[in-house]
Ligand binder design. Structure first.
Ligand code: IMP
Length: 503
């Protein structure tokens, strides 16, 4: 006979936090939102930690390379969408990793004798105004000179002349030797008022470039999520079908964390994908699994070796899985169940597996509720799709500026396979996601800063200055419909119709 859970499926909106004692230390400036992204043993540090507990959803309309850079700059993480060809996804990951590196491998290189016309064409193609001239035209050839767009005038100069006529020759270029630290390199850049410092081997071959703009970017964003080489940390979505080809391509492109993208993670296919990663890469490659909604699903993926586990079925704003298939669970109830099992697993094994609450965040305070219920970070689609940095264009519909936002289970998202794989065999029978508009919200940073401040402020009310402390101390209460009404502005005539505070 079927097992019936008598507990009602609850959502975030049905909970409120209760204040705890706020001590002197509890001020937003003292709050750290640092949170583990991958599993770790008790007493050890996780390999990856985010500085804000937010990641962007594995979706075409959310997580492209621009979001990858913008969110990592703010301390979060993007999972570049997997609903595209392996080559395109790997190229996006590669570009995020290349975007800002303390030590960059030069990717705009030419041979001596190359015409100015060809150099300009290369510059246009790579988007880089600095081009390096080496003896063999490779990134590790003998360094002969450097040319930037300030060295030539396209309208006046002879486009067929060799670049050697325009470049600053090696002997006149300020360079440094391999082995120099990043801060020493930055000092040389500042002292000499240059924009780019080539780092050379003892033999005079090019090794890296260090750019002034990268330094400034880092200074302005101390919260940035960077790897040991000062490159942005980036994730990528994968599926359980083409993983044998997709994962190696993403790993070669430099991806930091993989995540399986599925509305049903409690499956043998996910275990097989994790097995593939462990056989090929051991523990070096990190992989998240999901989505699950209960203790059983969590335990299965934990034992399969997942590095983090994603929770949520049917709660996404564009999701119609519950309507079309009658499967899913209220997001808060899912979290409560999974977190309890995670804590049990931690006690038993000493291994802490971070939990990501995926979907259904409508208001900023839902993030705090998710964290209070035990999530380590949240994945959001709608929230991020609204910003300039998502891959879609701003549209004007009537008097409103909007962006498009569609589910990965909608025909619109799934159609990439039909086109890219030259007519897919898999026939779609129904959709699990809708295609929609959402209000445009400008640059990511402006809204994110407010969201982060709200979370920190609420944590202070709860007497917590870290997320683990919030996990421990949070007290929540269920709310009735009437108390939800009481919590809104009521019985007054609002002077202005301004709903922005409701975010
Ligand atoms: P949101 O933040 O509420 O917009 O939810 C985003 C989440 O919805 C994603 O991270 C996915 O887990 C989920 N999702 C994305 N596309 C679909 C879909 O087409 N159907 C069902 N769920 C989806």
């Amino acid at each position: 006979m079927a097992k019936i859970l008598t507990d009602i499926s609850r959502t975030f909106n049905e909970f409120l936090l209760l204040p705890n004692l706020t001590t002197e230390e509890c001020i937003p400036e003292n709050v750290s939102l640092k949170t583990p992204l991958v599993k770790f043993k008790k007493g050890e540090e996780p390999k990856y930690t985010a500085n804000i507990p937010m990641v962007s959803a594995i979706m075409q309309s959310v997580s492209g390379e621009e979001m990858g850079v913008a969110l990592a700059r703010e301390g979060g993480l993007s999972f570049i969408y997997g609903a595209q060809s392996i080559e395109e996804q790997a190229a996006m990951v590669y570009r995020v990793k290349k975007h800002k590196a303390g030590f960059v491998i030069s990717d705009s290189n030419v041979k001596s004798g190359t015409t100015l016309r060809d150099v300009m064409a290369l510059s246009r193609k790579t988007g880089h105004s600095t081009v390096i001239v080496t003896d063999d035209g490779t990134a590790n050839g003998k360094f002969l000179g450097i040319v930037t767009n300030k060295d030539y005038r396209p309208s006046k100069d002879n486009l067929d002349a060799p670049i050697d006529n325009y470049m600053t020759k090696a002997e006149d270029t300020i360079s440094a030797k391999k082995g120099i630290s990043l801060s020493e390199a930055n000092n040389i850049i500042w002292e000499n008022k240059i924009n780019c410092l080539p780092i050379l081997t003892e033999e005079g071959n090019l090794k890296y470039l260090v750019f002034r703009k990268d330094y400034e970017e880092r200074k302005n964003n101390p919260n940035s999520l960077l790897d040991a080489n000062k490159r942005y940390i980036v994730g990528a979505g994968i599926n359980t079908r083409d993983y044998e080809e997709r994962i190696p391509a993403l790993v070669n492109a430099g991806v930091d964390i993989l995540c399986m993208d599925s509305s049903d993670g409690y499956s043998v296919w996910q275990k097989r994908t994790i097995d593939f990663v462990r056989e090929k890469y051991g523990d070096d490659v990190k992989i998240g699994a999901g989505n699950v909604v209960d203790a059983e699903g969590f335990r299965y993926l934990a034992e399969a070796g997942a590095d983090f586990i994603k929770v949520g079925v049917g709660g996404g704003s564009i999701c119609i899985t519950r309507e079309t298939k009658g499967i899913g669970r209220g997001q808060a109830s899912s979290l409560i169940d999974v977190v309890a099992e995670r804590n049990k697993y931690f006690e038993e094994t000493g291994v802490y597996i971070p939990i990501c609450s995926d979907g259904g965040i409508v208001h900023d305070h839902h993030i705090t509720i998710a964290l209070a219920l035990g999530a380590d970070f949240v994945m959001m689609g709608r929230y991020f799709a609204r910003f300039d940095e998502s891959p879609t264009k701003v549209l004007k519909i009537g008097n409103n500026y909007v962006k498009e936002y569609w589910g990965e289970g909608s025909n619109r998202a799934r159609n990439w396979q039909r086109y890219d794989l030259g007519g897919n065999k898999e026939k779609l029978s129904f959709e699990e996601g809708v295609d929609s508009y959402i209000p445009y919200a400008g640059p990511l940073k402006d809204t994110l800063d407010v969201t982060v401040l709200k979370i920190k402020s609420t944590m202070c009310n709860c007497g917590a200055t870290t997320i683990p402390e919030l996990h421990e101390k949070a007290r929540l209460t269920l709310v009735s419909d009437v108390s939800i009404s009481e919590g809104k502005a009521h019985d007054v005539i609002l002077k202005e119709i301004d709903n922005s505070y409701k975010n």
